[in-house]
Ligand binder design. Structure first.
Ligand SMILES: [Zn+2]
Length: 217
């Protein structure tokens, strides 16, 4: 479904549209909420994609749609706090020591290292600047770009959960992928959700017709 390329080049990042920037920022808001609810969550990549964004997560708890209201309620709090996305440039060693102490893609230090962030840090080319982004207590390894504040991500929805292999590689670990979407305002979000609902109805009708023709044969 999504582009499985694990890392955007700096050039691709600079070309991110305003909407992609908003949606990727909302992935940080989602991750903030998830790590407050489940502090042991390990995050891999959280890019914008067609129609929204996702964040890949390794977590013992099996996330289901029953969890979405709790996740969305926590996201609302994060949005309301209106923290700025603060870019902090640091040396590779500094970033690695944060990752090793479990502090990246997390709201505090942890006993276990931020495993995927350690790995992703090693993927960053030698000559590339290393940055982390902080929104409140949530710190994540990221090159950006983001919107100014979490308050910009107010028209969002958690859409679905699926499984996905780390880096899209079937020989790697299977993760839980939470999809969400975010728009500039509530009206645009509602229109998007309506369009999805209409498309679903059309699909059901088409399937219905196909069933009928099957029985007529
Ligand atoms: Zn980011």
């Amino acid at each position: 479904m999504a582009d499985e390329k694990d890392r955007k080049t700096l050039e691709e990042r600079h070309q991110m549209s305003d909407l992609e920037r908003l949606r990727h920022s909302c992935a940080h808001v989602l991750a903030t909420a998830v790590s407050r609810i489940w502090p042991d969550a390990q995050f891999a990549a959280g890019p914008p994609v067609e129609g929204g964004f996702y964040y890949d997560i390794d977590l013992k708890h099996r996330i289901s749609p029953d969890d979405f209201p709790q996740i969305e309620a926590e996201m609302k709090k994060v949005v309301k706090e209106n923290s700025s996305f603060e870019r902090v440039v640091m040396s590779r060693d500094e970033a690695m020591s944060l990752a090793k102490s479990g502090r990246l893609a997390a709201v505090s230090k942890r006993e276990v290292e931020s495993v995927f962030k350690v790995d992703l840090l090693n993927d960053i080319p030698e000559d590339e600047e290393i940055s982390i982004f902080k929104n409140g207590d949530f710190w994540d390894l990221c090159a950006g770009p983001h919107v100014g504040r979490t308050g910009n991500c107010k028209a969002f929805k958690v859409m679905s959960v699926a499984s996905a292999f780390y880096k899209g590689d079937k020989d790697k670990q299977s993760l839980q992928r939470i999809y969400g979407t975010c728009f500039k305002n509530r009206t645009l979000l509602d229109e998007h959700l309506e369009r999805l609902e209409e498309a679903k109805k059309r699909d059901h009708r088409r399937l219905g017709q196909r069933d009928e023709s099957f029985y007529l044969r």
